[in-house]
Design a protein around this ligand. Structure first.
Ligand SMILES: [Zn+2]
Length: 107
């Protein structure tokens, strides 16, 4: 857990969570209720990219179990990790890649 809970404290982010999540985690496809509930994750970790911590392009709602497993990994590191450990989930993760943000970081 990396302190993402505090994001749920504003009205704006609560609304955002409601609009951006359904019943299933976009990574593992499991029901949120089976996996510890919903959590807001930073695709690019806040510890490395603090200025992206409130950029909605960098946020997604995933289950708590996936969030904890992802931890502070960089996005590409995480894709690699999933590919090695959960090849069947790789496409889910790759399709969520924050392309715009990663492009912008190159410049
Ligand atoms: Zn999950």
């Amino acid at each position: 857990m990396n302190g993402d809970g505090e994001c749920g404290t504003t009205e704006e982010s609560r609304e955002w969570v409601k609009d951006h999540s359904d019943w299933h985690c976009p990574i593992c496809d499991e029901h949120f209720s089976q996996r510890g509930g919903k959590s807001i994750d930073h695709k690019l970790p806040r510890s490395q990219y603090p200025w992206l911590s409130m950029d909605f392009k960098n946020l997604w709602v995933i289950c708590l179990a996936c969030n904890q497993e992802k931890g502070e990994m960089h996005w590409y590191e995480y894709e690699q990790y999933i590919f090695m450990n959960y090849p069947n989930l790789y496409l889910n993760v790759r399709s969520a890649r924050p392309k715009q943000l990663l492009e912008a970081l190159k410049n």
